[in-house]
Design a protein around this ligand. Structure first.
Ligand code: FAD
Length: 476
């Protein structure tokens, strides 16, 4: 698909972009490496000052995650339970699944632990007690949801965002819900996005359309697949036309109100089409050069670097400034399952340190292009973050061309540490009901509890700073 995209005609550049930042040559690699490690250590020194107190809700969330990390089988069962939970409409169905989850023979072999004890208690208890436990499980899932989802309604979320802003954070609002299956659902989503772009500023109160040093205050993340019921990579032109029909009013509203729109990245199959739709939109005269748009690049893909190079080339041809959020990628498990099911090559890198190395290579490419792109470093990994800081220093990237982004409900002490050190931190803040947001919730639990996760290695397994800060590009 990428080759086909590369051959598209070149649109004359319209927008003014900054002169390319030649800057000094990047530090020698060893110097860059030592600055990375130095900055990483500084972050690690700052983190403990922001640890949650032992009796805070955040501490309770951490404990819940640690329980899930201890045992693979328990983690698998928990995920299955969370996955079927939306379909459990009655207390009876919920109770049966909960019992199955808690009383499995495999779980009994884990040894004495809170879940086993609860299972034994459940087995012996009276119906009224079981009812109470079922209620507790509902509350537990809700609690877990609320850790990662800021609220049901824009009003509820606006309150939390005002607090985050008072603490010095920026935000990007995400509307939960995936899998649009009908055109009326796509209309519904487009309507809700439009409402957020138009109204969210005033919900926040003073200076609704205000700007921050990092750009517009109101920043909304959207998923293009929710703007049509037929997001079909085999029909790129038809899909692009259908999506742009619903995207245009959103971008017009952003132009009018001074908001920022970010196009999130979804599964690999959608990547090239997502980027192409964005370019198609930017080729329309009314949107050419509009700077308050962004998208996402996933470093865990085997072709991450050539794809980024191609996309940056397309932006440069058009003279189109854009923000690019660099992530590792949220669909690592599912990409393998989808590829195997379809008999396609697996698109994701299979070695975690290789993904980390790919992230650093993409970072460098983005920073070298800081005349045309603003870089958003979206990671909770202190090594990746410190490397971004070191590169930004080496290339003397202006402060307004760079920011850090993290997810709501994750890595609190790291967010606080970066903010205390004076870096701009944007929190990706999901809004919506728990049930439509279940896919998001499952991705977050998988991410937090996976063996390879930086957060798990640092906060649950106590891996040494030295190891966590080592260069992923050279230690293989
Ligand atoms: C603000 C924000 C916005 C985001 N938006 C998007 C988005 O639009 N689209 C999207 O896909 N993701 C998005 N993400 C999610 C992001 O991809 C994950 O948070 C991220 O992958 C976790 O990476 P990390 O650097 O924080 O942690 P780390 O622990 O360093 O990395 C974990 C990641 O490494 C990769 N990985 C795990 N195991 C392996 C393995 N065995 N081999 C190779 N690679 C492995 C996976 O990508 C996994 O998520 C967003 C994240 C943030 C913070």
């Amino acid at each position: 698909m990428t080759e086909a995209l590369v051959s598209r005609s070149v649109i004359p550049a319209q927008a003014a972009v900054r002169p390319r930042a030649a800057g000094p040559p990047p530090h020698e690699d060893h110097a860059l490496e030592s600055v990375t490690v130095e900055l990483g250590r500084a972050i690690f020194r700052e983190i403990p000052k922001h640890a949650p107190s032992k009796i805070s809700p955040a501490r309770l969330d951490d404990l819940m995650m640690q329980l899930l990390m201890r045992d693979e089988d328990l983690r698998y069962r928990m995920l299955r339970f969370v996955d079927v939970y939306p379909a459990l409409r009655t207390a009876k169905a919920l109770g049966e699944h909960l019992e199955e989850f808690l009383t499995s023979p495999e779980l009994a072999t884990v040894g004495p632990g809170p879940f086993t004890a609860l299972a034994q208690f459940l087995g012996r208890s009276r119906p009224a007690t079981r009812g109470a436990i079922r209620l507790a499980s509902r509350l537990g899932i809700s609690r877990m949801g609320r850790q990662f989802i800021a609220g049901n309604t824009p009003e509820e979320v606006a309150k939390k965002i005002r607090r985050m802003e008072r603490e010095g954070f920026l935000f990007s609002l995400d509307l939960l819900g995936e899998f649009v299956v009908s055109e009326s659902q796509a209309d519904h989503f487009a309507g809700r996005y439009l409402e957020m772009v138009e109204r969210f500023g005033s919900l926040l109160g003073t200076e609704p359309s205000g700007r921050t040093p990092a750009g517009p205050r109101v920043n909304i993340s959207i998923k293009l697949s929710s703007l049509t019921s037929k997001f079909e990579p085999m029909d790129p032109e038809g899909t692009s036309a259908a999506v742009r029909e619903r995207l245009r009013p959103l971008v017009r509203a952003a132009q009018r109100t001074g908001a920022f729109i970010n196009v999130d990245m979804e599964k690999y199959e959608y990547r090239d089409l997502t980027l192409q739709i964005l370019l198609d939109l930017l080729d329309e005269p009314e949107f050419r050069g509009f700077p308050h748009l962004g998208t996402v690049h996933q470093a865990y893909l085997k072709d991450a670097l050539p794809s980024l190079e191609w996309f940056l080339g397309e932006l440069r041809k058009r003279g189109q400034p854009l923000t690019i959020r660099l992530v590792k990628g949220a669909y690592w498990d599912s990409e393998q399952i989808w590829a195997r099911a379809k008999g396609w090559p697996i698109p994701v890198i299979m070695d975690k340190r290789e993904t980390d190395a790919s992230y650093e290579r993409c970072l460098r490419m983005l920073i070298e292009s800081n005349d045309i792109v603003r870089t958003a470093v979206a990671s909770h990994n202190v090594r990746s973050i410190a490397h971004a800081m070191a590169l930004a220093k080496a290339f003397k990237v202006p402060a307004d061309r760079f920011e850090y982004q993290m997810l709501y409900g994750m890595a609190g002490p790291i967010k606080d540490a970066l903010r205390a050190m004076g870096y701009p931190v944007r929190i990706y803040t999901p809004c919506g009901e728990l049930l439509p947001g279940m896919a998001y919730l499952v991705r977050r639990i998988l991410e937090n509890t996976s063996n390879e996760s930086f957060l798990r290695q640092r906060f649950a397994e106590g891996v040494s700073e030295e190891k966590l800060l080592s260069d992923p590009k050279s230690t293989r």
